[in-house]
Design a protein around this ligand. Structure first.
Ligand code: HEC
Length: 150
């Protein structure tokens, strides 16, 4: 199917294609996704790249809603929690689900689902079948957030 083929072509690897399987299902256990979206051992996540994604206004856009330990950023959001201390509050699996699809935990959330393909409406054709962030980018963001301590 097109979604799985897209992942394979994007070089995310067969395991990632399987993780986001035919049903578009994320491997959710409780309130977490314990296994990396990139598949076991496939990718070494980089917290510095993750920080850049979170800060970046074109990529993560997280600071539209959140504030955090980003002294260089003048405008930060106040619609959601300060990301400071995130690594003390959540495990990497819990963070993975919250970034991938926080609507699983709060159906009314305003936080975008960064790794969801199925069930979206009003998606521009250029973006159909593509998550907002790649599996690798999600893993970088999770790696960064776990470094944030109080
Ligand atoms: C449009 C606003 C918005 C954007 C953009 C957004 N979030 Fe959120 N986020 C929220 C809201 C609101 C919550 C509170 C929980 C809820 O509503 O489900 C939340 C919750 C969270 C949580 C759990 C926070 C806690 O400690 O309770 C984390 C972690 C998080 N967001 C990280 C991110 C990251 C990383 C990005 C960017 C990749 C991002 N968010 C983008 C609105 C947003």
């Amino acid at each position: 199917m097109a979604v799985a083929a897209g992942f394979a072509l994007a070089g995310a690897g067969a395991e990632a294609a399987l993780a986001q399987s035919a049903a578009g299902a994320l491997a959710v256990v409780g309130d977490a996704i314990p296994v990396a979206l990139t598949g076991a051992n496939a990718y070494v996540a980089d917290p510095l790249r993750g920080r850049e994604i979170v800060r970046n206004r074109q990529l993560g856009l997280c600071l539209l809603c959140h504030s955090g330990p980003f002294p260089e950023e003048r405008l930060q959001g106040d619609l959601a929690t300060d990301l400071k201390g995130t690594g003390d509050r959540w495990s990497d699996g819990q963070l993975r689900l919250r970034i991938a699809d926080s609507s699983r935990l709060n159906a009314a959330t305003i936080m975008p689902a960064y790794y969801k393909i199925e069930g979206l409406t009003r998606v521009a054709s250029a973006f159909q079948g593509k998550p907002v962030l790649s599996a690798e980018q999600i893993e970088d963001v999770v790696a960064f957030l776990t470094t944030l301590r109080n």
